[in-house]
Design a protein around this ligand. Structure first.
Ligand code: KG4
Ligand code: ZN
Length: 486
């Protein structure tokens, strides 16, 4: 059908002689048609060009746009109702995009009725993404969606300082990592057996400028090459977050570059967009970090729906607390994983906590207490338990629940893609179990590279890119928040 029309249509630019016929079409196409005067103003001012599509010398569709320097604004797109869904919109749009691109356009913007799904899909097919919402923009009270298309790379300088890693990265177009610098404070906090917030903030402050410089240098870029400055603004340790946010605001103020705040959890999820260039939402994601254990469904790059979360301790937090109880110290996750490698699988068993049937919530405080009780009672009996055996039993109990609940969630939502994110996903045992079980269940599994599992700024640069395309940048009123919801 669309091939038919493509051969019969002729395209040309409207002249003053077409004003009347275009104005006559408006009421047949729109509920709030433009008047002849408005069309005349547009065409005669010669700023707006109208590309018209003719069939048997009759105009059946048109697109009005203007191009100023490198920005093209698409103002009026109309196709007679009887010619819709025949590919006419594509033909006109394609021609305008090509021509304006040749003339140097780098961005294209338009507004579309929020309820006009066919038009929105057409624009998305041609590389437009949602950039904002104008409430009650149309006369009938309907909202307008602003959509933007870019014909240039977007290079993001990203900063992360939510916990104990000072990190900066340069990421292009959400997926290409040009540099990823992480300055870890592990050796400093090890002395205290855990992260000391006040000390973390102080080290962020000392390190942040050097880390940013290094990220720019390693990416072979300067601030001039950066299109957007991104920073984690929560959730996390407030004093630590503030250092990153202040640095980003300072850079944005000094350079005039736009700034955007990123939710750390969306950052973790986005690490998968770097590891898997073909991965696209929707998918189910298990986020397992030091502060969160959540199952979400990613509806789009920027919108997660919460399916389940921990009712008490996060998985990573349980690793850290148990490591302390059995004398392994900080950082708990890697130390338990290492010790467990030498554990005897038949020596100890801890009960798995699945909660009520059908629930996708988690609870890990029980297992922490179970470990504590086991260690104490063994000590009372005078037989010191082997740390390696306890580490293995604990790790198996946590991993099994994470794996089975995540797989259940994928199946019960009728999905087939499972994405894992967060510091605990660096755990080798967890990775192996997910690989094994997902193969059995024929679920497609996505696990980020280990370096992208724990805190880093590349993942923030990826999340920032998608948020920017969808919502645009923020401004210097950006603040840090210890808790931010999904
Ligand atoms: O995502 P992340 O780096 O920071 C937060 O956003 O919290 O996660 C840190 C958590 C810590 O609790 C740490 O013990 C855990 O991830 N973790 C691990 C491993 N590496 C880090 N847990 C188990 N096995 C690991 N190899
Ligand atoms: Zn994290």
């Amino acid at each position: 059908m669309s091939e038919d029309i493509r051969n019969k249509i002729s395209l040309r630019y409207a002249t003053s002689e077409d004003i009347e016929s275009i104005a006559a079409l408006e009421p047949l196409i729109f509920i709030d048609p433009w008047s002849e005067e408005m069309i005349r103003g547009d065409i005669e001012a010669k700023i707006t060009k109208y590309l018209v599509a003719e069939l048997d010398e009759k105009i059946i569709g048109y697109l009005g746009y203007w191009l100023v320097i490198d920005e093209c604004s698409i103002n009026n797109v109309g196709v007679l109702p009887e010619y819709r869904r025949k590919g006419l919109g594509s033909i006109i749009l394609e021609k305008v995009l090509k021509e304006t691109e040749t003339l140097g356009a780098k961005t294209w913007v338009l507004e579309v009725r929020a309820g006009n799904d066919p038009a929105i899909s057409l624009y998305e097919k041609y590389g437009f993404s949602r950039a904002g919402l104008r409430k009650r923009y149309y006369e009938n009270g309907e909202d307008a969606i602003t959509m933007i298309r870019y014909n240039k790379d977007i290079t993001v300088l990203a900063i992360e300082s939510s916990c104990d890693e000072t990190a900066a990265a340069v990421v292009r177009n959400g997926r290409e990592v040009l540099s990823n610098i992480i300055s870890s404070q592990i050796s400093i906090h090890t002395e205290y057996g855990g992260v000391v917030p006040e000390i973390a903030s102080r080290h962020h402050l000392t390190n942040i400028n050097g880390v940013i410089d290094k990220a720019l240098k390693e990416a072979n870029t300067t601030l001039d090459d950066i299109d957007l400055i991104a920073v984690t603004n929560g959730p996390g340790l407030i004093g630590a977050l503030v250092i990153g946010v202040s640095a980003a605001k300072g850079l944005s103020f000094a350079t005039g570059k736009p700034i955007i705040g990123v939710n750390h959890m969306y950052g973790h999820i986005s690490s998968n967009f770097i590891s898997y260039p073909e991965l696209e939402p929707p998918f189910v994601c298990l986020v397992v970090s030091g502060g969160h254990t959540s199952l979400v469904r990613m509806e789009s790059y920027t919108k997660a729906t919460l399916i389940g979360s921990t009712r008490d301790d996060a998985a990573g937090e349980a690793f850290d607390k148990v490591a302390r109880v059995i004398g392994l110290g900080y950082p708990g996750g890697p130390k338990i994983e290492n010790a467990a490698k030498k554990g005897n699988p038949d020596a100890v068993y801890f009960k798995r906590v699945y909660l009520e049937k059908g629930s996708f919530d988690f609870s890990f405080s029980g297992i922490k207490t179970a470990v504590l009780n086991y260690v104490n009672s063994e000590r009372q009996k005078g037989s010191a338990p082997r740390t390696e055996d306890v580490a293995l039993a604990f790790q198996d109990a946590v991993v099994e629940v994470l794996v089975e609940k995540a797989i259940d969630a994928v199946k019960s939502l009728g999905e087939n893609k499972l994405v894992i994110a967060g510091g605990v996903s660096a755990n080798g045992r967890l990775r192996n179990e997910f690989e094994k079980r997902c193969a059995e269940e024929k679920i497609e599994l996505f696990l980020p590279e280990k370096i992208l599992c724990t805190d880093n700024a590349a993942m923030i640069g990826s999340a920032a890119y998608y948020k920017y395309l969808e919502e645009g940048a923020g401004d210097l009123s950006l603040d840090a928040y210890a808790d931010i919801d999904w």
